[in-house]
Unconditional design. Structure first.
Length: 176
């Protein structure tokens, strides 16, 4: 199996594990594109939506760029976006994480955004540096952000979780 195919398989396994954690907490897994046909009162919602679109930081250019997040958890009034990223080996992905962070800060609407990072890459060397950088900017945003952006971030929570911390966090955030 090629490196890209192996990485894709590992990423899908990581995403499936995240779904399993949600299902064990009593969540239904539903595809976002069909959300209009589900008529579930907000106060009764325990849904993990898959493939949820958002505009990227490039949305103001001639050819708008749209992306989708693996999951948005909806529990009553609460919504949490979950970006799943799996990286087993080094590669040219490091530059993607600042863009992922900026998308969360500038374009995603949810008050809580989780970066669920899995894979050996994030445990040591350059990958650990990337993970540590992301943790740092999530806790303390760069001072070059505008005052408006910094004010907006006061009411938001950006979290970095790993396979060893994700399930515990999810169970605490969304008890049965």
């Amino acid at each position: 199996m090629s490196g890209g195919a192996e990485a894709n398989k590992s990423g899908l396994t990581w995403e499936a594990w995240v779904k399993t954690v949600a299902e064990k907490q009593g969540f239904s897994v539903l595809n976002y594109k069909f959300q209009e046909k589900y008529n579930i009162p907000i106060e009764q919602r325990r849904i993990i939506w898959t493939h949820v679109p958002y505009k990227t930081i490039f949305h103001n250019i001639k050819n708008p760029s749209k992306a989708s997040t693996e999951y948005v958890v909806e529990c009553g009034e609460q919504k949490v976006r979950i970006e799943c990223k799996w990286q087993s080996t080094a590669g040219s992905v490091d530059e993607k994480y600042p863009f992922m962070y900026l998308n969360a800060v500038l374009t995603m609407e949810e008050e809580t955004v989780v970066f669920a990072l899995g894979g050996e890459y994030f445990e040591s060397g350059k990958g650990k540096e990337v993970r540590d950088w992301l943790i740092k900017v999530c806790k303390s945003p760069p001072n070059w952000f505008s005052d408006k952006t910094l004010k907006n971030l006061e009411h938001r929570e950006l979290i970095v979780l790993t396979p060893s911390t994700f399930a515990k966090w999810f169970r605490q955030k969304f008890p049965r």
